[in-house]
Design a binder for this molecule. Sequence first.
Ligand code: SF4
Length: 353
Amino acid sequence: MRWNDAEPTAGLFGVTGLIRTVRAPEFAGMTFHEVLAKSALNRIPRSSAMPFAWTINPYRGCSHACVYCFARSTHRYLDLDSGDDFDRQVIVKVNTPEVLAAEVAKPRWSRELVALGTNTDPYQRAEGRYRLMPGIITALAEHGTPLSILTKGTLLRRDLPLLADAARDVPVEISMSIAVYDDELQQAIEPGTPTTAARLATVRAAAELGFRVTVFIMPVLPKLTDSREHLDTALAAIKDAGASRVVYGALHLRPGAREWFFAWLDREHPELLPRYRRMYATSAYASKEYRTWLAARINPLIDRYDLRGTSDDDYPATRRTRHGPRRGATGVGPATPSAAVESALPDPQAALF
Ligand code: SF4
């Protein structure tokens, strides 16, 4: 592969440690800014509702290019935009494995759960070139550190044998994000991601190695992916792939993602735009009514396919006592509304818009 040096992008004010900027024909339209990071581990504030203490993000920006991606606004800190630049200008922290190995070797390292994939995807396409994840997994496992990975990338498959080895020493959680089970819609709204079928095949490969894989149906898109038929198709496919449980959540639209998503909706589904504008007029989150309606619709299906995780599966003990899941955003483990409750709820057309 030819890997050409290129001029750094003019606006990279927030990037420190820049080594070089590169492009390659195999990654048409992409620019990678290789940087030396000073640290690899990011501490999550104790007050956070997140069920993990630490994160690692070896990449900033994401070629998976999901229109709804909540991380888009973080590109603005680099003086890049949260639209095309987020998809095409990726910061690569090329020394992450080495820096991490030094951090976890310190005697004071707490060995709490480290989450990967919480901001941008560690198995986006660039990982095929940079191969940062094997060193990260090895460093964590060798120093007794549990890890969790959330991805849309089928490149995960490359590292499954390594993860299986790591799982002999430390807890390893694998989650695959698969929100859309309509190929046309999936390619339109997540244009840089592997297909739904390819991701399901990756779930199957992980399950066959003995992992209890979680599938995130997230975000559920009002009026686009929340029909009973779509959700039933999703859960049947997830079950068939050998996953152990499902986590779901309705779309939320933070600034940065919001404008990008609305522009996409205006192009692809203009008839829905006024309704979405109303829904997200005062909050980044879907309305309580919608979330209640969605829970009533999906939870009986999750139960029917036996894909409900227990709370012991959901959260590591070290964090569980102090922090629960972020209520309202995800659908982990709420009580199952009965079909009668669902039918008593307002029609989604009315509740939603
Ligand atoms: S894969 Fe995740 S991080 Fe990447 S664009 Fe999609 S939502 Fe954002």
